[in-house]
Design a protein around this ligand. Structure first.
Ligand SMILES: [Zn+2]
Length: 620
C-alpha cells in the first residue's frame, strides 16, 4: 500500500515505546555503508531479559543476549566462477534490490526507510523517513526483503543497514512482548520465521510462540472466525480490517517453519474472518474493499490482493482446499482486470471509467499476482507456472529500475531548488537504482512524473516476489528434481542455465543423483522438444507438461531444446493500446516506446544465440 501515514499511525496507535537509544550494533565487520552517518554510535546497554516460555514451549528456555541480538547473518555458502547464458538472472536482480533497500535509508535515524521520493524537482529527493531515531519505527518489508536478497545473491553489500534493523527490532520485541500485526510487524514476523529456518536458533521459535499468545489474547473469537476488535469492541472496518492480511501472513509463515499447531488454528480463524465476514470479498472472491480518494471510493487492487494472498499462503501451507479454492476464484477474477500476458495489474481496479486519469501499474499488485499464482499452484489448485513466468519475465523485472541515467536526463532542464527539511537530495539517482515502480505504465517506469519516484512498499514486495519465485523454481523431493521454471539459477542439487529467449534451450548441470523432470513452457510443444544427456540423445516421457529424463548421475548435463518463435500482438494494457513483439513469453519490443526509463530495451533478445558471461555463483 502507498499510504505511509497508515503505516506509521498504525504503529503509534498500537504500541508503547519501551526502548530508546539501543540500536548501536557493535560486532559489525561490514563497513560498506554508502549513506554516511553523522550519528555518534550509541553503546548497547540493554540487560538480557529472559523470555517466559509459552505453555506449549519445550524445556529449552531462550535467554536473548548480546550474541543473539548482534549476530551477523552469515553468508558462508559455496562460491564459484562459471559461465552462464546472459539471460534473466535472479542474482543480478537481488543485487539491484539490495542497492535500493539499503541506500534509500537515513543513516542518522537507524537507517529508517525513505518511503517516497520525488523526481519532478532538482535535485530529486527522498522523503518520509524518520529524521531522528524512533524506537518503535520499523520497515518490515525492507527487513524481510534484504534477508531474502542476501540468500539469493550471497552479497554482504551494506550489511550494516539490515543488521541495525535486526538489533533494534529484536530488542524491542523481547522487551515489549507485543503481538505482531499489520504490514510492517506482520512482515517482521515472517522475517523471524525465515531466520529460524536459516539459523535454527530456538529463540526465534520461542519468541514467535509468545507472539502467537499475544495475538490470541488481543483478538476475539466468534463462532469459527477471529478478528481484532476496534476500540469500541466492534468488528473492524476500513484500514484495520485490511491489516489483518499482513498479520495472517506472519502467522502462516511462522507455522510453516515451526509446525506450531496454535498458529495453524489461529491462522484459519483469521482466514475465515477475511473470507466470509470482513466484507472484502464476495462469495466468489471478487474484490469489494474500497477506500476514499478525492474522486470517490476506489477499489485498490493491492489492499484486496494482498489479503487474498494471505488466504492463499495459509491454504497452501496448511493444505486447506476450501480456502485455496476460494483464493483461486479470487485470483481468476483479479487476473481478468489486468493483463496476464505481461503481468500488468492496475493500482485501482478500473471500474470507474472517466474518474481516474490513467491506469497505472503498482508493483505491489504484480507481486500479489506472482505470489497468488505460485501459492495456488503449490496448493494444487491449478498449474499457474506460465502465469508466473509471464509476470516475472515482463512487468515485474521491467518495473525494477536498472539504472538512474534517465533521471539525470530528465533533470537537465529543471532549475535547482532547495531540499526541504527532513528530505535528502544526496546522490538520489544512484540510491534509487533497484527500486520497483509504484506508478508504471506498460512501457515506462513512471506513467506520470509528478508521482513518487519510489514507493517503499513496491520495492519490498517486488523483491519478496523475486525470492519466492527463485526458491520455488526447482525442487528436490524423494529423489526427484523438478524444474518448474526455466530461469538461470544455481542450487545445491543442480545449476540451471537458461538460454531463453535467445534459444529454446535449458541445460541442467546435476550435482546429485536423481530423477529429473523439466516443465515445458506453454509455448513449447512436447512433440517438438528434444532431450540430450551428455551430448547423447535420450527418449523423453511426459507427465503433463513435464519432460522426464529418467535417473541421472551427479555430473551429468541434461539439455532440453524446443523451437522458440516471435509473434506480434496488438493489445490493450491498462487504458492504452500497444503492439508487442513476444518471443516465447518475453516481450522483446513494445510500441509505442516509453520515454522515461523505457521498458523492453531487448533487441538483443531477438538474436538466435545466447551470449555467455562469466560470473560468480553463490549457493547458500
Ligand atoms: Zn506498492
Amino acid at each position: 500500500m502507498k499510504i505511509s501515514l497508515s503505516r506509521r499511525d498504525f504503529l503509534k496507535i498500537s504500541y508503547i515505546s519501551f526502548l530508546a537509544g539501543l540500536t548501536a550494533c557493535r560486532n559489525l565487520t561490514i563497513t560498506e555503508e554508502v549513506p554516511v552517518t553523522t550519528a555518534t554510535p550509541k553503546p548497547t546497554v540493554t540487560p538480557s531479559p529472559t523470555v517466559t516460555p509459552s505453555p506449549t514451549a519445550t524445556a529449552f528456555q531462550c535467554s536473548p543476549n548480546d550474541e543473539f541480538y548482534n549476530r551477523l547473518l552469515t553468508l558462508n555458502g559455496e562460491r564459484y566462477v562459471t559461465q552462464v547464458p546472459d539471460t534473466l538472472d535472479f542474482q543480478k536482480h537481488a543485487e539491484l534490490s539490495l542497492n535500493a533497500l539499503t541506500r534509500c535509508t537515513n543513516p542518522d535515524a537507524d537507517y529508517s526507510v525513505y518511503f517516497y521520493g520525488k523526481v519532478n524537482r532538482n535535485p530529486p529527493i527522498l522523503t518520509d523517513a524518520d529524521v531522528v531515531p524512533n524506537p518503535t519505527s520499523f520497515n518490515g518489508k525492507f527487513s524481510e526483503a534484504a534477508l531474502m536478497m542476501r540468500q539469493i545473491s550471497g552479497s554482504d553489500f551494506n550489511q550494516q543497514v539490515d543488521q541495525t534493523w535486526r538489533v533494534k527490532f529484536l530488542r524491542w520485541l523481547v522487551q515489549a512482548n507485543p503481538s505482531l500485526t499489520g504490514p510492517d510487524l506482520g512482515r517482521l514476523f515472517a522475517w523471524m520465521a525465515l531466520l529460524y529456518k536459516i539459523e535454527g536458533d530456538e529463540c526465534y521459535r520461542q519468541l514467535g510462540e509468545k507472539v502467537i499468545g499475544q495475538i490470541l489474547l488481543q483478538s476475539r473469537l466468534q463462532d469459527d472466525y477471529r478478528y481484532f476488535p476496534t476500540e469500541n469492541g466492534a468488528e473492524p472496518t476500513d484500514w484495520e480490517m485490511v491489516s489483518h492480511g499482513w498479520t495472517l501472513q506472519g502467522i502462516a509463515h511462522f507455522y510453516e517453519v515451526t509446525g506450531f499447531s496454535p498458529a495453524e488454528s489461529l491462522g484459519k480463524e483469521f482466514a475465515r474472518y477475511l473470507k466470509d465476514h470482513s466484507g472484502m470479498f464476495d462469495a466468489n472472491g471478487r474484490f469489494l474493499y474500497r477506500h476514499q480518494r478525492e474522486f470517490g471510493e476506489v477499489l485498490h487492487f493491492h489492499h484486496n490482493g494482498n489479503t487474498l494472498l494471505s488466504i492463499a499462503e495459509l491454504a497452501a501451507i496448511t493444505g486447506d482446499q476450501e480456502l485455496a479454492g476460494f483464493a483461486r476464484q479470487g485470483y481468476e477474477y483479479a487476473r481478468s482486470v489486468g493483463s496476464p500476458l505481461v503481468g500488468f495489474f492496475p493500482e485501482y481496479v478500473p471500474d470507474y471509467p472517466g474518474q481516474l486519469p490513467y491506469a497505472d501499474c503498482e508493483t505491489c499488485c504484480v507481486a500479489d499476482m506472482v505470489l497468488l499464482a505460485l501459492y495456488l499452484t503449490k496448493a494444487g489448485q491449478s498449474d499457474y507456472w506460465d502465469d508466473v513466468d509471464r509476470y516475472v519475465r515482463n512487468q515485474l523485472v521491467e518495473n525494477q529500475m536498472a539504472h538512474g541515467t534517465w533521471i539525470d536526463e530528465y533533470l537537465a532542464n529543471l532549475p535547482v531548488s532547495p531540499v526541504p527539511e527532513g528530505a535528502t537530495g544526496d546522490k538520489v539517482p544512484e540510491r534509487v537504482i533497484g527500486s520497483f515502480s509504484g506508478w508504471a505504465s506498460a512501457n515506462e517506469y513512471l506513467i506520470d512524473m509528478n508521482q513518487p519516484l519510489v514507493s517503499a512498499c513496491c520495492t519490498g514486495n517486488g523483491s519478496r516476489a523475486l525470492y519466492y519465485v527463485w526458491q520455488n523454481m526447482l525442487n528436490l523431493d524423494q529423489g526427484r528434481l523438478t524444474v518448474n521454471l526455466l530461469f538461470n539459477r544455481a542450487s545445491r542439487w543442480a545449476d540451471v542455465n537458461s538460454f531463453i529467449p535467445y534459444e529454446g534451450r535449458v541445460d541442467v548441470h546435476l550435482k546429485t543423483e536423481c530423477e529429473l523432470e523439466i516443465r515445458l513452457p506453454e509455448w513449447g510443444a512436447p512433440e517438438e522438444a528434444s532431450g540430450v544427456v551428455n551430448n547423447t540423445p535420450v527418449e523423453l516421457s511426459y507427465s503433463g507438461r513435464y519432460a522426464r529424463f529418467g535417473r541421472l548421475q551427479r555430473g551429468d548435463i541434461a539439455t532440453l531444446t524446443f523451437p522458440i518463435i516471435e509473434r506480434t500482438v496488438d493489445t490493450q494494457i491498462g487504458d492504452r493500446s500497444y503492439r508487442l513483439v513476444i518471443k516465447g513469453n518475453d516481450v522483446v519490443d513494445i510500441r509505442p516506446a516509453g520515454i522515461w526509463c523505457p521498458y523492453y530495451q531487448r533487441s538483443h533478445y531477438r538474436q538466435p544465440i545466447a551470449p555467455l558471461i562469466e560470473l560468480q555463483r553463490y549457493v547458500g
